[in-house]
Design a binder for this molecule. Structure first.
Ligand SMILES: [Fe+2]
Ligand SMILES: [Fe+2]
Ligand SMILES: [Fe+2]
Length: 409
């Protein structure tokens, strides 16, 4: 299996997951990245730093993604208690990643003020250039009102930015933004959803970074961490599913690369959970029917985000069809059993196993003997693939030994 995944394409898709709220998919990171890139072009930024600027802009609020309240405040103009918390959290998520460590500092300082009055104390050109650009592009983007004709907003938005030149923003960059915004087309591009595809595609056509499977695993690990942090009950859920699913893939004769792809699918299977408010994920009592439908939408969003990545078709299926069943009544696509690939059925088994072995708000972790009984019953009712369930329990202790966290016996 040959991998041909562009990092830009991957981050373009994954950045959608960062701002998933009850409004579904929005475009804050895309638009911030586009404005940042225009500023970078205006000041003649070289290709390497301009590429990193784009990646950092696409991920800039990554530290807020696990917290529903935090991201809702960021995108709905509500006052936010601590503007710097999510920036620091973003830094911590990325600083040890071989692929993303260059983005950690720009993200850490993306709300730092030019005048040095932010908690870091850094001022002026001591702040990373990419951080100064993202600060400006991010504020600019939040000022755009999608309900108003874009050119009617031009003067007000530019005036609001200029007012903070030299205090919040680097004055040279404010000037560069003003020059880029001189063209009407700059504004029309911001207001034309289809333009984004053209923008990102044009970036990919000139020598962008391509990922191998290990790079992809590194990126998937970070997003798995974000998803698992949405609830203290799922602290290792995605990693457990990844470990069990890749183990089963190995037993079923998948190649080394396919087994790694299975790990990626396991790490990302619940990506769409970022659309579910933390209060629902952590609710101790019984869920209302409405809350349950909100939970169920996660598999839909996992699929819709992953299919945005060219070359991810198989990963999207393996990851997102984990609640589809062999009687055709699963969700959210009600896939007919004949179309449910082995890889999807493996992730489904791994997911149920992981969930039953973990504590939940409404019950403690279950002992292995109970887990086995429940899963055999589910297989008999065609909710899970019987052959894979038997493979799992035939492996005995081996499975428990590969789990990332400690489960009670
Ligand atoms: Fe931010
Ligand atoms: Fe799920
Ligand atoms: Fe899951």
């Amino acid at each position: 299996m040959i991998f041909n995944i562009y990092l830009t394409n991957l981050l373009k898709a994954f950045s959608l997951a960062l701002e998933l709220t009850d409004g579904g998919l929005s475009r804050h990171h895309w638009r911030t990245a586009m404005v940042a890139d225009r500023i970078g072009g205006q000041i003649g930024l070289a290709q390497g730093p301009r590429q990193n600027l784009l990646y950092a802009a696409l991920l800039h609020d990554i530290g807020a993604a696990s917290r529903w309240d935090e991201k809702n405040s960021l995108y709905s103009h509500k006052p936010i208690t601590d503007l710097y918390w999510h920036a620091e959290e973003g830094y911590r998520l990325l600083v040890d990643s071989p692929l993303f460590k260059a983005l950690a500092k720009p993200i850490r300082h993306h709300h730092d003020r030019w005048d040095g009055s932010s908690p870091s104390g850094l001022a002026g050109k001591d702040l990373p250039l990419a951080a100064r650009i993202i600060n400006l592009a991010d504020t600019f983007e939040v000022l755009i009102n999608d309900g108003r004709y874009i050119l009617d907003q031009r003067e007000d938005i530019l005036a609001a930015i200029v007012r903070h030149s030299g205090s919040q923003f680097d004055p040279d960059l404010v000037e560069a933004l003003g020059e880029a915004a001189y063209k009407d087309s700059f504004w029309f591009d911001l207001a034309t959803p289809h333009y984004f595809d053209h923008f990102f595609h044009s970036l990919q056509s000139h020598g962008q970074v391509r990922l191998n499977i290990d790079g992809l695993l590194g990126a998937a690990e970070i997003f798995a961490t974000i998803v698992d942090r949405t609830s203290r009950f799922t602290a290792t859920h995605s990693r457990t599913v990844a470990a069990v699913a890749s183990f089963l893939a190995g037993v079923k004769g998948y190649s080394d690369t396919e087994t790694k792809i299975m790990r990626v699918a396991g790490l990302l299977h619940d990506l769409g959970k970022l659309t579910v408010p933390n209060q629902i994920l952590e609710k101790p009592g019984k869920l209302t029917p409405r809350e349950f439908t909100v939970i169920k939408q996660h598999a839909y969003y996992t699929h819709r985000i992953l299919t945005q990545v060219d070359g991810f078709e198989l990963i999207a299926e393996w990851a997102a069809f984990h609640h589809e069943t062999l009687d055709g009544t699963g969700y959210p696509f009600r896939i007919p059993p004949a179309n449910l690939r082995l890889g999807c059925r493996i992730v489904a088994v791994a997911d149920v196993y992981a969930a039953l072995r973990e504590d939940r708000p409404y019950r403690p972790s279950m002992p292995l003997s109970d887990v086995e009984k429940i899963m055999l019953d589910m297989a008999a009712a065609r909710r899970l693939d019987a052959d894979i369930v038997h493979t799992l329990f035939a492996a005995g202790d081996t499975v428990e030994e590969i789990l990332p966290g400690t489960c009670p016996a």
